[in-house]
Design a protein around this ligand. Sequence first.
Ligand code: HEC
Ligand code: HEC
Length: 182
Amino acid sequence: MMPYPFRASLFAALLLALASCGGGDTTAEGDELSEGGEDDGWGDDWDDEDPEVESHHGAVESLGISGPDQPWDDMNAEEREWYMIGKVLPIMKELFAEHDADRWGSGYGCETCHGDDMQAREYAMPPTASYRVPEPGSAAWTSMEGIFGETVTFMAETVTPTMGTLLGEEEYTCFHCHPRAE
Ligand code: HEC
Ligand code: HEC
């Protein structure tokens, strides 16, 4: 069964759109320059220093970590897929790569979250083969922290709240993306 027959063409159209718009969807924030215009007696010749430009016009900056225009609950499957393609994937891909480029710097795609059987499972979350997260507060949770260290912090402080914000859902947890350990 092919529940989403237009996926490939939607994806191609989006890539074209991204390639041609150059991040036209910037938020108001993006317009604020932070060059530090205070008069420090050096005149305006700050261009002979390397400017500390943090922004690399990535997905987080151009798309913004914000909720959907239309509530997630009201979207049909195709609208949800568009939202994943146009916003969730580019933002998450960037955050994962920033956290650990060796592991997630390349090859990050829909299946990184949804699993290799995502189409057969119609993108149902959590994927069955994903890492099984133990109950918060349990001894197993503490041992997970010991094993995965920074990755757990990244999951708890970046991935989970970002996903919640992107979907407009407040109570977002690990268990939306990971099965529970027994
Ligand atoms: C960072 C993780 C992540 C990535 C990457 C991701 N998704 Fe998702 N996706 C989710 C989560 C989490 C949900 C479930 C949202 C919910 O209902 O709480 C979801 C839901 C969906 C749904 C709706 C499923 C349903 O039952 O209604 C579709 C369709 C979907 N994703 C497609 C995609 C596609 C296509 C891609 C790649 C372009 C993608 N996703 C990339 C995390 C991800
Ligand atoms: C939006 C989806 C999402 C949420 C929410 C989420 N994770 Fe993850 N998690 C992932 C993805 C995607 C990976 C990487 C899978 C891969 O690369 O194969 C991952 C990887 C991990 C890993 C590494 C597993 C391994 O085998 O290396 C641990 C541990 C983990 N998550 C724990 C958590 C915990 C704990 C929480 C809640 C605090 C959480 N995750 C919330 C999507 C999520």
